[in-house]
Write a protein that binds this ligand. Structure first.
Ligand code: GLU
Length: 489
């Protein structure tokens, strides 16, 4: 078996990489790594008019954030292959080969000529039927062609797609696909500015870089028959193609787009960016997502890992990945699940790894207690930034407004303070038993005093487990907080 080589080939033209691109990147990465192969990142910058270098910087920063290190990339090429940026690669020998073998031809049609053709024929397509009536090296004499070239007349080079030929390939996700060449036009290989077209460069680079599997979005499926024609023309091995399902809106209606993602509160891009209107758009990173949790969430949009376990490490995702479990049809985006996955990652994080996110205000707590505080905080948080809402409760005495501590509460808690020396604070059971016994003595249900106690200790109606909270606060701080509530009007 050949070494599996996959790639993602961003075009720095229309968008900052969005979640669809990232998912394509991930599946390519998983497949390569699963088979001990290579994952490449190539820059497809043949469209010079719409070139935006900041998209390339963004792509690299995104890979850094995701922790994806390509085996070769446009920022770190494999020198035996040469540049991983198409504008720096030379395709002239490939063009020459196609011209020499009569598979490609010069087309001198001006914009006016093409406009006329479009006007006179509805759905005009430059192809086997129409090329015979256009201005190209197949219809012109050799002398005229030479003269046109010698005088510097503008031209493109087109591929002569054969008429009415079925091209069949087996898509690793969708199965057998047949597309007739009557739907394919004579695509441009070399543009009038002398730069190779997407189709030419994409196929030549995939071959030169040894790409064995082309995983890309379903929007490319109609380009594949033409790419196959090119592989055949050059006599090259055809890679395995796999076209990935669309990512759909959460309601399943329509494709997730920048606009609909915004409507559903889904960040369209992994990192934040400033859009063309100068407005900063939050990315997943800004929302506080752990990069691996984000990868885990995205990996499940359109792929079934084959078991019920949804929380996976990078190693799990790589080893479980399989193209035959990628869905054929569009997969819905589920933001609640993404949030849940992030919270699971947080809960599984070691407390030590969370220390950088924790506001430790002073040294009043031992390491053991800090551990208990972080455990409580993790339990009630979805994101790292939520942790301090719980942690702060242990450093700041609560500010209580709009709450009346009733007589039952005051009776029970005064007695609790009177008996505090008998309470073993390192034992949550002992704290609870003491309160329960006092409640019993007064004939008051423990449930009646708990809301007051929670308010006194943490200033709210909800929060971490109360007995554990008291155990951490310990005697002095517990006395202080309860006493404050007892004297409150
Ligand atoms: N440059 C193309 C893109 O922007 C790559 C398509 C492909 O993967 O062949 O997505």
């Amino acid at each position: 078996m050949k070494t599996v080589i996959t790639r993602i080939a961003p075009s720095p033209t229309s968008n900052y990489a969005h979640i669809g691109n990232v998912r394509t990147l991930l599946y390519n990465y998983f497949l390569a790594k699963k088979f001990g192969g290579k994952f490449l990142v190539r820059c497809e910058d043949t469209d010079r008019d719409r070139y935006r270098p900041e998209f390339l910087d963004y792509f690299k920063d995104m890979c850094d954030w995701l922790g994806i290190v390509p085996d070769a990339s446009y920022w770190n090429p494999d020198t035996t292959i040469g540049s991983f940026t198409q504008s720096e690669r030379d395709y002239s020998d490939k063009i020459k080969f196609l011209l020499d073998n009569g598979l490609a031809y010069y087309a001198f049609d001006t914009k006016d000529d093409l406009d006329k053709a479009h006007k006179s024929t509805t759905n005009f397509k430059y192809d086997a039927n129409t090329r015979t009536s256009m201005k190209n090296s197949l219809t012109m004499s050799k002398d005229d062609v030479d003269a046109a070239l010698a005088t510097g007349m503008t031209y493109v080079i087109r591929y002569a797609v054969p008429a009415n030929t079925d091209i069949t390939f087996t898509d690793a996700i969708l199965g057998d696909i047949t597309i007739n060449t009557n739907t394919v036009d004579d695509k441009v290989l070399l543009k009038s500015n002398g730069i190779g077209s997407y189709h030419l460069c994409n196929v030549c680079d995939d071959h030169d870089m040894g790409v064995t599997h082309v995983l890309r979005g379903q929007e490319w499926i109609n380009s594949t028959p033409f790419h196959i024609l090119l592989y055949k023309a050059f006599g090259w091995d055809i890679p395995t193609f796999a076209h990935l399902p669309l990512i759909m809106n959460p309601d399943g209606k329509g494709k997730l787009s920048k606009r609909t993602a915004h409507k559903y509160g889904i960040p369209i891009a992994p990192l934040g960016y400033t859009d063309d209107k100068g407005i900063y758009q939050n990315g997943w990173k800004d929302l506080g997502y752990d990069p691996i949790a984000f990868i885990n969430s995205l990996s499940l949009i359109g792929w079934n890992p084959g078991h019920d376990v949804e929380i996976m490490s990078m190693t799990d995702m790589i080893s479980n990945f399989s193209l035959d479990r990628v869905h054929k049809s569009g997969a819905r985006f589920d933001m609640d699940k993404a949030k849940w996955i992030n919270s699971q990652y947080l809960k599984n994080s070691t407390n030590d790894s969370l220390i950088p996110f924790i506001n430790i205000k002073d040294s009043r707590y031992s390491l053991e207690k800090l551990d208990m505080i972080i455990d409580l905080a993790k339990e009630r948080s979805d994101f790292n930034r939520d942790l301090n809402k719980i942690v702060d409760l242990f450093y700041n005495d609560p500010i209580i407004t709009n709450f009346i501590f009733d007589d039952n509460y005051k009776k029970v808690m005064s007695s609790f303070i009177d008996n505090i020396d008998s309470v073993r604070f390192n034992n949550t059971g002992s704290i609870k038993l003491t309160i329960a016994a006092i409640c019993d003595g007064f004939g008051i249900k423990i449930g009646k005093v708990m809301p007051g106690l929670r308010m006194a200790l943490v200033g709210g109606f909800s929060g971490p487990d109360l007995m554990t909270t008291m155990s951490i606060l310990d005697k002095t701080q517990t006395i202080k907080r309860i006493t404050a509530s007892l004297i409150k009007e």
